[in-house]
Design a protein around this ligand. Structure first.
Ligand code: ADP
Ligand code: MG
Length: 580
């Protein structure tokens, strides 16, 4: 199992350099109070200016060294943390791209977004802090204690009692805080989710006058995030007064007893000042330490969330020895195929079998929810069967190289999604190197050419986000053109002609005849189905009937019923003839 932390491996050397400079800075900081003690005792107290000047100079030089070390450390620490974060982002993003469609639906889009931005940021910050101050705080605390003992053991005892207690207190406290941050991160997910859904469904929200409902939904999520964040921060804040109280108490003890020791002559002023100096530094470090522990437990939550994505099983990985076919005939065969969505109690497809010869057309009829889209989406392997198998040219889909397989398929999904860009870019999305002629041909066959020619910049007209400036039918036809330009061996239309008027639809079906591929056409309309070589009726995921129009007229009561409900056979046939 690969964890996010393993992404710092390429930056080992830079990290080591950063740590080196951190320690240099630390050493400078630790010897300073010792030198100060020297200046006070051997210089100021005995009025020896030369000693003051020499040691003062040394302190200045050391400070400069510490300052430079700090700069170098920051440089390397930011290099490591930024590169580390960028690598994680890239890998998580690539991993999401490699998800099967089924896996993708397991993560909410908003949550993936938070993970890619906020969680990565969290790790980046922790990594930076880690290299900048992580080891500094504990070392300074520990080193400060030792130095205080070296300077004056009996005064240092007060520190030795208070500091370990505070240390344990902080570890416990901040660990709990970190766990609270996990909830904060989840609330942030929710806010992102609400926002994402809202932006995607803006049109619907306006149409249904749901604006105020959406606003209150957002406020709800946002308020919960605020509350949780505030309560964690408040919880964290309690630690600071406790820390300061105890440390100040220790300092007062040192001053009090230090004063007595000076009077008896067992300590001098320089020593007391030095120990107090160490106490102050330790106090500072303890509060830094509390932040570090908090950041660490917080980033532990983030790391877990990123690991979840990075280590999601790759269910659809190709075998080693996949079939790398260049061209397929296109015989499609479903053998007892069942499929159940994750978390559903029923099967969306239930033991469906059929076979379709290459170049033939099959229409799939069925009410909404009968499993038509599911069936179609299984051919490019957006989902794999839970039971049974699907073959093309007699070979199980799972045996094919996925890229090769998908290259042979042109899918027009039920929801025609266009991308931001021009018309021609959207069509070339189907085939990157399609020539101008191919694009024009695809547009003509998809019955969208004339419409495109009427657009302000014709083929180069930009279509807005999700193609808002095109009608539903126009979008459908553009996504059909996108599939046709591939000249695929298998064409899948998932209710892709629903928004077309009868005449345009007939022209489209006519044009499709020139495409040699095997065609699966999902439709609600008998008039569309009648043309197919084979018609399958789906009902609740089961194959209710299959055959030609004539056969079904004779054998299937359900088929006759559908025909009746759509105006009878004569009307359908009439429509068919009228459009020939
Ligand atoms: P159709 O295209 O015929 O309208 P679908 O194939 O889309 O039907 O859906 C078949 C069944 O599977 C429906 O009951 C639907 O609720 C369910 N279903 C579809 N997509 C999902 C999904 N992503 N997760 C869970 N259930 C789903
Ligand atoms: Mg559907």
């Amino acid at each position: 199992m690969k964890t996010v932390w393993s992404y710092c491996r390429p930056y080992k050397i830079s990290a080591a350099i950063a740590l080196f400079f951190m320690i240099a800075e630390l050493v400078v900081e630790l010897v300073q109070p010792l030198l100060m003690a020297k200046i006070i005792n051997n210089g100021i107290m005995v009025k020896n200016l030369e000693v003051v000047a020499i040691w003062g100079g040394i302190i200045l030089a050391l400070s400069l060294l510490g300052f430079l070390s700090g700069i170098m450390n920051t440089y390397y620490a930011s290099h490591v943390s930024q590169s580390f974060g960028a690598d994680i982002r890239k890998n998580v993003f690539e991993k999401v791209q490699s998800f099967s469609y089924a896996q993708f639906s397991l993560f909410a889009a908003g949550s993936l977004m938070t993970r890619l931005t906020n969680d990565v940021q969290q790790l980046q910050n922790t990594m930076f802090m880690g290299l900048r101050i992580m080891a500094r705080a504990p070392l300074l605390i520990f080193g400060g204690l030792i130095m205080a003992f070296i300077v004056h053991p009996s005064l240092a005892v007060y520190l030795a009692v208070v500091v370990p207690c505070l240390f344990l207190f902080l570890v416990f406290f901040m660990g709990k805080g970190g766990r609270m941050f996990k909830v904060v991160q989840e609330k942030l997910d929710e806010v992102n989710n609400v926002m994402g859904e809202n932006l995607a469904g803006m049109k619907l929200i306006r149409a249904f006058l749901r604006k105020s409902h959406e606003v209150s939904r957002f406020e709800d999520a946002s308020e919960q995030l605020r509350k949780k964040t505030a309560s964690v921060l408040q919880f964290m804040e309690i630690s600071m007064p406790a820390l300061l109280f105890l440390m100040n108490a220790a300092t007062i003890c040192i001053l009090w007893f230090g004063n007595q020791e000076i009077t008896v002559g067992t300590a001098n002023v320089g020593e007391v000042v030095a120990v107090v100096n160490y106490a102050t530094r330790i106090t500072g470090s303890l509060s830094v330490l509390s932040f570090i522990i908090m950041a660490f437990s917080r980033s532990r939550a983030s790391a877990a969330r990123l690991n979840e994505v990075l280590n999601a099983p790759e269910e659809m990985e190709d075998h080693e020895d996949t079939f790398k076919i260049e061209a397929m005939r296109g015989d499609i065969c479903f053998e007892n195929v069942s499929f159940r969505y994750v978390g559903q109690s029923f099967s969306a497809l239930d033991h469906v079998s059929f076979s379709l010869k290459a170049g033939c057309t099959m229409a799939i009829l069925g009410s909404t929810g009968s499993g038509k889209s599911t069936l179609v989406n299984m051919i490019p392997r957006l989902y794999d069967p839970s039971e049974g198998r699907i073959t093309i040219d007699g070979i199980d889909l799972r045996e094919y190289d996925q890229r090769m397989l998908r290259r042979q398929i042109g899918l027009v999904p039920q929801e025609p999604l266009l991308f931001t860009g021009s018309v021609v870019e959207n069509i070339r999305w189907g085939k990157r190197n399609a020539s101008k002629e191919e694009v024009v041909k695809a547009c003509k066959d998809a019955q969208i050419y004339e419409t495109v020619m009427k657009l302000p910049q014709q083929m180069d007209t930009k279509i807005g986000q999700k193609g808002v400036n095109l009608s539903g039918g126009q979008r459908q036809r553009l996504s059909i053109a996108r599939a046709l330009v591939r000249k695929p061996r298998i064409l899948l239309f998932d209710d892709s002609t629903s928004a077309l008027d009868v005449k345009t639809e007939m022209e489209l079906l006519q044009a499709l005849k020139a495409y040699r591929g095997t065609k699966l056409i999902v439709t609600q309309k008998i008039s569309t189905a009648i043309h197919a070589d084979l018609i399958m009726l789906l009902q609740d995921g089961k194959k209710a009937a299959i055959g030609t129009h004539q056969e079904l007229m004779e054998s299937s009561a359900l088929y006759r019923e559908i025909i009746q409900s759509q105006g009878g056979e004569r009307r359908s046939v009439y429509v068919e003839k009228a459009n020939k």
